[in-house]
Design a protein around this ligand. Structure first.
Ligand code: SME
Length: 178
């Protein structure tokens, strides 16, 4: 599977223009579609999305889900990147705002966003995308942070919304031990 993962160089130029982003998102979306086809388990789906996205884009610094584990509470995971905050109430941060409002939020400068939660001071901008189940209930948000300001735009929004929609209908499978 290693050859399957697009791995971007995160040590050089991080910013991508709209055309380059769109081209790469199309490849990644196809990889996610192929990987998740026939896969019922939600966690396996989330992990695969995080892996394929985080590696493919140079400007992705922290990439992960916050799952809705109570009516108005999010819990981290799965993710890739530096240590994330564990619990985020709906009342706090960009993740909480996206969960509360049920819509994608793009923040060009996290330091100017009231109530932004700084899990890692290296983050400069972020996008948070709501994730819905088959019954249109919010089950998680996808949070991507970048160390460069204004890294995310409508190209990211459009493709990330389409990618997380591929999780619809998946569920936590029971563990069978015998
Ligand atoms: N910045 C987010 C918190 C999550 S981390 O950045 C990983 C927020 O304000 O919701």
């Amino acid at each position: 599977m290693a050859e399957y993962t697009l791995v971007a160089d995160k040590s050089g130029e991080l910013r991508m223009d709209a055309a380059a982003k769109a081209e790469r998102y199309e490849i990644v979306a196809e990889q996610v579609r192929a990987t998740l086809e026939g896969e019922r388990d939600l966690l396996a789906g989330m992990v695969s999305i995080v892996c394929l996205l985080h590696n493919a884009f140079p400007y992705y610094f922290w990439t992960g889900f916050y799952r809705r584990v109570a009516e108005r509470m999010l819990l981290v995971g799965p993710y890739q990147g530096t240590m994330g905050c564990l619990w985020i109430p709906f009342e706090r941060g960009v993740c909480g705002a996206a969960a509360r409002e049920g819509k994608t939020i793009i923040v060009e400068d996290v330091h100017a966003f009231p109530g932004h939660i700084a899990c890692d001071s290296a983050s400069a901008s972020e996008i948070v995308v709501p994730v819905w189940d088959a019954a249109d209930r919010l089950i998680a948000v996808l949070d991507v942070d970048s160390t460069i300001p204004a890294a995310f735009d409508d190209v990211d929004r459009e493709h990330l919304e389409a990618i997380v929609a591929l999780l619809r209908g998946k569920e936590a499978l029971p563990v069978v031990t015998a």
